[in-house]
Design a protein around this ligand. Structure first.
Ligand code: ADP
Ligand code: MG
Length: 399
């Protein structure tokens, strides 16, 4: 897959609209985690070096098509300004513009000096954004000459600011978008074998398409997290009070059948950690998957499974990991997640990618980020990409 990359001539002296993924967590009126803002810097700095006149847009949270005071981009503008200044980028000011279309934007762009960046208001304050409304897309594009999409994390959504706007402007992929697609393509296009996938996390429904698509692509898929229990139910086991998505048990049964007929191996835990209560556990035990008692719930992969997964990862040449192995936010239920992170770190020869909100948080928190080849900024987008699906925001940027 080849994406359109901008050159100096494409952007020099031009008014450029940059779609970034600045959908950051907020806390008491400020930005709680600046990771995504930091990830958007290289593209902005590069465009500035090329002499572009830059406006940035993003969505933030789920305002459902109307202005919500607590989801305004103003605190993000402050963070972006601070990070750009600390970077020594030559950009001194980030000006917050209280809308993303219309007169406010026109005037701000007309008055903009080259060493400032405009940050426009939350695109999702307009209902046309998620509907990919043609008129709204035209309004977004109107003050600009070039569009650069750097929002890999939103590339799986066909919205006005990711897809519609490309019908009105010459459109290119930004630096982060290029880096993500290059890193993830190493997994989708001829991955070195054995290709081992570790899938965990909470919602089996989010990961079913990936699980389905990996059959035939991956050599082994190791299952942890709450997903284990819906799959266990599909095998006819009882799982006590563990988290189960009843309505996906049948789909899980089909997936198990598909794997049994393919060369790919679906590896379920032999044992799990169980407890009576996550917040204040009185009893913690290690149980065989088939022996969970009625009052117990599974909260992590078990002791034997940690060793078994480490062994499965030890000879892997390509590794993709999404979703923690247990309720890692509560010790000691982080042990399975730590074991997988350690196993990946112990195999530095392998090309390893971690994607997904909580998985990345776990890897950072546990201090294993340096041992991973690529940490994806996209959760849903990286799952769909690795699953071999076509992402609408990327499709419109291909050569
Ligand atoms: P990611 O964001 O990496 O894609 P998910 O959002 O799917 O991952 O799931 C992350 C959440 O899954 C974590 O908050 C973790 O506490 C939870 N989780 C993992 N294992 C279990 C389990 N056995 N029971 C309940 N929740 C679990
Ligand atoms: Mg998540």
């Amino acid at each position: 897959m080849q994406l359109k990359e901008y050159t100096l001539d494409d952007v020099k002296g031009k008014k450029v609209l940059v779609r970034a993924d600045l959908n950051v967590p907020l806390k008491s009126g400020g930005v709680a985690d600046e990771t995504r803002i930091a990830a958007s810097l290289p593209n902005i700095v590069k465009l500035h070096e090329y002499g572009a006149i830059i406006s940035v847009i993003s969505h933030l949270g789920r305002p459902k098509g109307e202005p919500k005071p607590d989801l305004r981009m103003e605190p993000v503008a402050k963070s972006l300004e601070r990070l750009l200044t600390a970077h020594g980028s030559g950009i001194s000011t980030v000006t917050y513009v209280p809308d993303c279309i219309g007169a406010a934007v026109q005037e701000a762009v007309a008055a903009q000096s080259p060493d400032t960046v405009l940050l426009l208001e939350n695109t999702r304050f307009h209902p046309g954004e998620t509907r990919n409304d043609a008129e709204f897309a035209r309004s977004l594009a109107q003050p600009y000459e070039v569009f650069v999409n750097d929002a890999f994390g939103t590339a799986h959504r066909a919205h006005a600011s990711t897809v519609g706007v490309t019908e009105h402007l010459p459109s290119f992929a930004g630096a982060l978008m290029l880096r993500e697609v290059e890193a993830l393509s190493l997994i989708t296009e001829h991955p070195a074998k054995p290709f081992v996938v570790v899938l965990g996390g909470k919602k089996v429904s989010d990961k079913l398409p990936l699980l389905r698509n990996l059959c035939g692509r991956a050599d082994r898929v190791l299952i942890g997290g709450a997903m284990v229990f819906t799959l266990a139910r599909a095998l006819g086991l009882s799982v006590g009070r563990s988290l189960v998505e009843e309505k996906h048990i049948n789909a899980c049964r089909d997936i198990i059948a598909d794997y049994s007929e393919s060369a790919a191996k679906l590896v379920l835990p032999e044992d799990v950690t169980v407890t009576d209560d996550i917040e204040s556990p009185h009893n913690i035990a290690n149980r065989r998957l088939a022996e969970i008692e009625d009052r117990e719930m599974g909260v992590d992969i078990g002791e034997m499974t940690r060793d078994a997964f480490a062994l499965q990862l030890s000879d892997a040449a390509t590794i993709f990991w999404n979703g923690p192995m247990g309720v890692f936010e509560h010790k000691p239920f982080d042990a399975g997640t730590i074991a997988v992170a350690k196993a990946i770190a112990a195999n530095p020869e392998a090309y390893s990618v971690v994607g997904g909100g909580e998985s990345v948080e776990a890897v950072n928190k546990l201090g294993f980020a340096a041992s991973i080849s690529h940490i994806s900024t996209g959760g849903g987008a990286s799952l769909e990409f690795v699953g071999g699906l076509e992402l609408p925001g990327i499709k419109v940027l291909t050569v």
